[in-house]
Design a protein around this ligand. Structure first.
Ligand SMILES: Nc1ncnc2c1ncn2[C@@H]1O[C@H](COP(=O)(O)OP(=O)(O)O)[C@@H](O)[C@H]1O
Ligand SMILES: [Mg+2]
Length: 378
């Protein structure tokens, strides 16, 4: 270090030891920043670089490796003005993948004009880009999903006008309009539910929830649909099984699984709910329905993903049911798994951290969570 600063030909060399020292406190500030941080000295050498800056390949040894960044730093050193920009860096450490960074370059201390230390901060944009992309896709999907029933409503209204003198036709069209209107209502309700859960991950105020009444309530809500199709609903729950969470959300998740079990099963079959403690609380919904092709299994939890869009539409599905289930269990620190075989049926299992129902020596229920979810998922 010392040798480097005493380059004899440079008249400013005597002042450098002063300028090139990191002002006190800066190092500790840099160490808590999540972005890549680099401090350059008067000779464009790296005085300090965070681990991230090295990992991303922005810095090697005491050299700043990105020409654009160096140019920015020199401009800032010249006029003391803070600059911002975006740069793309292809990093060999990440298999040549291009990473885009939002950068901010500022003079450090009051060494304007006369050169001095320059601070560079670079924020990896990959994750925020990805989130943005998912959001954009979601908005595009929603627009598409809304367009279908709205278009149908407009068309039906038009047809109804033309058929104004035919009461029978009017009645028929009116009933179709009602169907489309409820499709819209379900879609909007599911969207609201989904955004509510996403805003509350993890559950802000979890409470003990008894599983047996939870199952009973979810079953009640889909009993009519089931009996209309001759589908038998059965339930078996361990006594005293309690999970920690939000009762309404858990009922919603379970009801979505039951809705699917009924919707994707032939008439006169059986849907069974069981709830038992196996390290975690495990609530399963098993049907004897059409099953899910293996290639679709990992995608069915995505928003608006359907194996058979026509069938989903015919059963009044919004395509959001399983996405809601996935978010509800995630908000509860749990997970959802699925087993399915085409033509045989499907079994969905919610694995949720439970409050142990085994009484302790003094008779009180043992408080605290059972084991983390990973261990119990087989
Ligand atoms: N129990 C099941 N049996 C067969 N297929 C199912 C079952 N549950 C979900 N699926 C498939 O997963 C897709 C996504 O489910 P979901 O998110 O609830 O949307 P949908 O509104 O279409 O029911 C469904 O369209 C269906 O193809
Ligand atoms: Mg569904």
């Amino acid at each position: 270090m010392k040798n480097r600063r005493q380059m004899a030909a440079d008249p400013a060399a005597v002042e450098r030891p002063q300028l090139n020292r990191l002002p006190s406190g800066v190092a500790s500030v840099l160490s808590v920043l999540s972005s890549s941080a680099v401090v350059l000295d008067n000779d464009d050498r790296v005085l300090r670089a965070s681990a991230a800056a090295r990992t991303f390949g922005l810095v090697r040894g005491d050299q700043l490796m990105v020409g654009e960044l160096l140019a920015l730093a020199r401009q800032v050193r010249r006029d003391g003005e803070i600059r911002e920009g975006e740069i793309e860096v292809s990093s060999s450490a990440f298999g040549g993948r291009r990473t885009s960074f939002a950068v901010r370059v500022a003079p450090l201390g009051s060494s304007v004009g006369g050169g001095g230390l320059i601070l560079l901060l670079a924020e990896d944009q990959t994750e925020s880009r990805r989130v943005e992309e998912v959001r954009r896709d979601f908005v595009a999907n929603i627009s598409h999903e809304l367009k279908t029933p709205v278009g149908a409503l407009a068309l039906l209204a038009e047809t109804m006008e033309d058929a104004a003198d035919d009461p029978e036709a009017v009645r028929r069209f009116a009933s179709r309009m009602r169907q489309e209107a409820s499709r819209l209502t379900y879609l909007v309700q599911d969207l609201i539910t989904l955004s509510r859960i996403q805003a509350a991950e993890p559950i802000p105020d979890p409470r003990p929830v008894d599983v047996a009444p939870l199952v009973a309530e979810a079953l009640d809500r889909c009993r009519m649909k089931a009996s209309a199709r001759g589908i038998e609903l059965t339930a078996s729950c361990d006594d005293g099984l309690t999970v920690l969470g939000d009762e309404d959300l858990l009922v919603t998740a379970l009801r979505n699984l039951l809705d699917n079990a009924v919707a994707y099963s032939p008439e006169r079959t059986r849907v069974a709910v069981t709830a038992a403690m196996d390290g975690l609380a495990e609530i399963t919904v098993a049907d004897q329905g059409i099953g899910i092709p293996e290639r679709d299994l990992e995608r069915i939890f995505e928003r608006f993903y359907r194996v058979d869009p026509a069938r989903s539409r015919a059963t009044g599905g919004t395509g959001l049911g399983l996405a809601i289930v996935k978010h509800v269990v995630a908000a509860h620190n749990g997970k959802v798994t699925v087993w399915s075989k085409e033509g045989q049926g499907s079994t969905f299992t919610l694995h949720l951290p439970a409050i142990s129902s085994t009484p302790t020596a003094d008779g009180a229920p043992a408080a605290g969570l059972a084991q983390p979810v990973r261990e119990a998922v087989k």
